[in-house]
Design a protein around this ligand. Structure first.
Ligand code: MLC
Ligand code: AMP
Length: 492
């Protein structure tokens, strides 16, 4: 049996999930996920790794659906709740999804797609409860596909097996000393590892409580904190930036109450993008908490972390997590001297096996001797790793989301008024980077409002460019390739 499920049986009466609709025990979660599993199986004995797409807001229904797919032997493919139709269609086709589960509020978007593709569609509200046994799931089977942007145009599906997910959870539970008394607030999107593994799954593995706020909002977060139950928090640097900005807008009395409460937290973690030292310091003054910065990736969960006990060094990501091997290698995959910079390469039970249906991309992301190439450049500085950047200018990190410049460029080039374009990330204190596009027009001019509206129909909001310039031509090198570094200077 899957360890997450087996462990949940031991926590039966404890509170697993809190959401806007109520509180749910582990026993309730086990019952509800069994019902979903049986609905999906509908007489079959095992889904045998069929891909099940699900579009459900963060909350109890999301978790029962994810567990239901796993318990029926399926591969869970979460669909971002703000995806526009083309992004959902891409995912359905790329992952070869065979059935969909959706919350009633998404039926209007998913029903026509299910019909067009001939897919079964279930609702999280379906009441019928067929009987039947659930299959025994070997942890070596595939469990989840998460979509990640890369240096190729379209997002790739990262396939994780149950055993990799279990390894990712276990190393964090150990390193950060998760306990069954913990109560964490989860404000992250649930189509990425930060929210799914580090917060939700670590809590459920430990018998702790995961409380959802389905969408981040700074006032809502402070309100939840002040209620007094939450003792753990994990977020991307942009969220800490926004919390600080909100704190600064509060009255002195409110600030004192929030600060006093934050001082009682057991742990606060930052990750998914570089944490600016100014944010770490400001948050420490407000909360008395030194944020624990850690480093990870969809392909491997977390790999490097500052210590729970011991010095958390600003501007550094810490040391390898238990069971993870790290090396810093040069362009020919040779290990560099300690202190020299190179690519972070990773080995361990947490690392993924494959991109879905992309054997070439999979092979290209591992060295000949099996190390995963992260593409992140770092060095070891007095016992702690420090990130210096990435080996591709075409990967942008904005608000903790990874965005491919090439994917945005491909979309922009489909617009009838755009002849060519170049997309880059501009450094930004709040967002880490902001997506910016230089456009070469096909005609005289372009209506930017209309362009923004068009883009919102093509791409999720977090991927859409925020800054535009119009140029006669893009800066290019002697080979005719757009030079992104030169392009950056054109935005200044
Ligand atoms: C939104 N806005 C942006 C933006 N995203 N502006 C600039 N750049 C961006 N990237 C604008 C919107 O257009 C809107 O403006 C306004 O901000 C509010 O939009 P929103 O959608 O409500 O934003 P908000 O909810 O505030 O989102 C911010 C956020 C979100 C930080 C909460 O981006 C987020 O949840 N990020 C977490 C992503 C994450 O989980 N990454 C982990 C990946 S896994 P207007 O004008 O339209 O009103 C990984 C591995 C690891 O990285 O190590 O963890
Ligand atoms: P994703 O592909 O969305 O999982 O994002 C993974 C990427 O986020 C990594 O390859 C890093 O570039 C970046 N990242 C994660 N944590 C950190 C961190 N603490 N500091 C800097 N970059 C980070």
């Amino acid at each position: 049996m899957l360890q997450l499920i087996e462990r949940a049986e031991g926590y039966a009466n404890r509170t697993a999930i809190v959401d806007a609709k109520g509180e749910y025990s582990y026993a309730t979660l086990l019952r509800a996920s069994k019902k979903i599993a049986r609905q999906l199986l509908d007489g079959q004995t095992d889904l045998k790794e069929a891909r099940i797409g699900f579009m459900v807001m963060p909350g109890f229904d999301y978790v029962k659906t994810q567990w239901g797919i796993w318990r029926a032997g399926g591969i869970a493919v979460p669909i971002c709740v703000t995806y526009p139709t083309p992004s959902i269609l891409y995912l359905i086709e790329d992952a070869q999804i065979s059935a969909l589960i959706c919350a009633p509020e998404f039926a209007e978007i998913l029903n026509p797609l299910a019909q067009a593709k001939g897919l079964t569609i279930l609702s999280t509200d379906d009441e019928y409860a067929p009987s039947g046994y659930l299959p025994d799931i070997d942890p070596a089977r595939r469990a989840m596909i998460l979509y990640t942007s890369g240096t190729t145009g379209n997002p790739k599906g990262v396939v994780s097996k149950h055993q990799a997910i279990e390894a990712q959870i276990q190393m964090l539970v150990k390193a950060w000393q998760w306990q069954s008394e913990d109560h964490i607030l989860n404000i992250l999107p649930l189509h990425h590892v930060h929210g799914i593994i580090n917060v939700l799954s670590c809590a459920l593995w430990s018998g702790a409580s995961n409380e959802f706020l389905p969408k981040f909002d700074a006032a809502g977060v402070f309100h939840k904190f002040l209620l007094g139950k939450i003792n753990l928090f994990m977020a991307v640097p942009t969220i800490y930036y926004k919390l600080i900005a909100h704190y600064e807008s509060m009255s002195e009395e409110e600030q004192q109450a929030v600060s006093a409460r934050l001082r009682q937290f057991r742990l606060m973690v930052s990750g998914s993008a570089a944490l600016p030292i100014s944010t770490l310091e400001r948050w420490r003054t407000i909360s008395g908490q030194t944020l624990l910065e850690r480093y990870g990736m969809t392909e491997m969960g977390m790999a490097i972390s500052n210590p729970y006990d011991g010095e958390r060094r600003p501007g550094h990501i810490g040391q390898a997590l238990p069971g993870v091997e790290i090396r810093i290698a040069d362009e020919s995959d040779k290990v560099v001297n300690v202190g020299d910079s190179g690519e972070i390469q990773v080995k361990g039970p947490n690392v993924f096996d494959e991109y879905w249906n992309k054997p070439e991309a999979t092979a290209g992301s591992f060295t000949e001797d099996g190390w995963f190439r992260t593409g992140d450049i770092a060095l070891m500085n007095e016992g702690s790793y420090r990130i210096l950047g990435r080996n591709s200018v075409d990967i942008i990190k904005s608000g903790g989301y990874k965005i491919s410049a090439l994917e945005i460029e491909e979309v922009l080039r489909r617009h009838p008024k755009i002849k060519d374009c170049g997309v880059i990330g501009i450094p930004d204190e709040e967002w880490g980077e902001v997506v910016a596009a230089s456009l070469v027009l096909a005609g005289e001019n372009i209506d930017f409002e209309a362009l923004k509206n068009w883009l919102r129909e093509q791409l999720p909001a977090y991927k859409t460019p925020r800054k535009f310039i119009v140029q006669d031509d893009l800066p290019r090198n002697a080979m005719g390739k757009v030079t992104k570094k030169a392009l950056l200077s054109h935005f200044e």
